[in-house]
Design a protein around this ligand. Structure first.
Ligand SMILES: [Zn+2]
Length: 54
């Protein structure tokens, strides 16, 4: 649960505390990568990881 509003790292929409969201912790060649995504973007990411989006 978010304690403060946070902008979605993909589309910039504000995610309010109590709202559903996605959090991704990953590592890329530049180092640690941590992003917060609003629910629709998290859904898109899931579809992408499942190979449903190009
Ligand atoms: Zn978003």
């Amino acid at each position: 649960m978010l304690r403060r509003p946070h902008d979605c790292d993909r589309c910039g929409r504000t995610i309010d505390p109590g709202e559903e969201y996605g959090a991704v912790d990953a590592i890329d060649p530049d180092g640690d990568l941590r992003v917060l995504l609003c629910a629709p973007c998290a859904g898109d990411l899931r579809a992408f990881l499942d190979g449903e989006l190009l």
